[in-house]
Design a protein around this ligand. Structure first.
Ligand code: NI
Length: 388
């Protein structure tokens, strides 16, 4: 049983929704237009309940099946936000807002879940309740956490929760998943170095924070290579190094910022401890001081075994079992669906986006050819988990 026929017939309509959202990207919690479009469509489809304003600008739609004997409630989540970057695709429906771009395909995620909501409202061929969840601020704003903190799971008695993300490099319409850690914990590192400024020609009277920062960056790279078990995974990337204003003035301060990614709690604990130790003691070695702050942001996206096997079987119904990779390697990217998976059992699955540019690239675009597979996955997930 591959793509559902009536879903295939929705392709042009859902593609138009997707491109409209793509043209009008909004970031973080400021997704008012997108959330408005989502809520209007859910009402027009005939959802039994449409509630905006969950987790600031999140939207929840409730669709009751033809029967309600099972008492089951399944949540399905899409993210609505774009990225603060400038699009360079040259597409006719490219972003109309410079510095804003749907470069992670959340436009496609939102359109596909809307398509599934429309199908489920029309057919209602299930015994239980489907809850469609549209969240803001996936890209760094923890919108998923905001919705969970706002009582999402309790208010609608959600028992299991599922998420989906497109994945360039996997053929369009195919799926990939794994039980256990799928995406990394994503944390932030801030290091403020204080030295002593002065004339570039009189370094002996200064404490050069640029040199200190350089040693800190180098020393931090020893954590992954020398402190972490080589069979475990960790990433430390210092991506910002700000200091100085003139080529002949030694500045007084320097700032470093970066990110750490881990898949295991003990590795996360170790990196947190070592980043602070290494940064602060390295600065002291050169007579400077450093204040290092390690902020835990998104937890590991950890798929639950039972729900992952179920999600894989549903994906197999849609794409064919040979088109579902059930042991895809974890990725060191982060994802705030992790907060929902901490609140309820569930699974996050990748949907192939074909050979497009990677996510967060200025030439990336969501692949509309994957839409029927994505909608069919959501529809079959509901119909299979809660058969009428
Ligand atoms: Ni994303």
């Amino acid at each position: 049983m591959p793509i559902i026929n009536s879903v295939a017939a929705m392709q042009d309509e859902v593609t138009a929704w997707r491109r409209d959202i793509h043209e009008n990207p909004e970031i973080l919690y400021d997704v008012h237009r997108t959330a408005g479009v989502v809520a209007d469509k859910l009402r027009a489809f005939g959802c039994d309940e449409v509630v905006p304003g969950i987790g600031q600008t999140g939207v929840v739609g409730v669709i009751r099946g033809r029967k309600a004997a099972s008492g089951k409630v399944i949540g399905m989540r899409a993210d609505m936000d774009a990225l603060p970057m400038t699009e360079n695709t040259g597409l006719p429906y490219a972003s109309k807002t410079p510095g804003r771009m749907h470069a992670c395909g959340h436009d496609g995620h939102t359109a596909m879940l809307l398509g599934a909501a429309k199908y489920l409202c029309q057919t209602r061929n299930f015994d239980g309740t489907a809850v469609v969840i549209f969240q803001p601020a996936e890209e760094g704003g923890a919108g998923g956490k905001a919705m969970v903190d706002d009582g999402l799971m309790e208010r609608w008695s959600i028992q299991e929760v599922y998420g989906m993300h497109n994945m360039p490099g996997i053929p369009a319409g195919q799926f990939a998943i794994r039980p256990g850690p799928l995406l990394a914990a994503s944390d932030a590192i801030f290091i403020d170095i204080t030295g002593k400024g002065g004339h570039a020609a009189r370094p002996h009277e200064c404490i050069d924070p640029v040199l200190v920062g350089s040693h800190i960056v180098t020393a931090l790279h020893s954590i992954v290579s020398r402190n972490i078990d080589p069979l475990k995974s960790g990433v430390i990337s210092i991506c910002m190094f700000h200091a100085g204003e003139a080529l002949n003035v030694i500045p007084a301060t320097a700032q470093l910022q970066g990110t750490a990614r881990t898949l295991a709690p003990e590795v996360r604990d170790l990196i947190e401890r070592r980043v602070v130790e290494v940064a602060e003691t390295t600065a002291r070695l050169y007579g400077a001081t450093a204040k290092a702050t390690y902020e835990r942001r998104y937890p590991v996206t950890k798929n639950h075994a039972t729900q992952t096997a179920f999600a894989a079987s549903v994906a197999g119904q849609v794409a064919g079992v040979d088109k579902v990779d059930t042991n895809t390697p974890p990725l060191m990217g982060g994802e705030d669906f992790s907060f929902m998976l901490e609140a309820r059992p569930g699974a996050f699955i990748f949907l192939g986006n074909g050979s497009t540019a990677g996510v967060h690239h200025p030439k990336y675009d969501f692949n509309d050819a994957a839409i029927p597979a994505g909608i069919s996955y959501w529809a079959r997930l509901v119909e299979t988990a809660m058969p009428a």
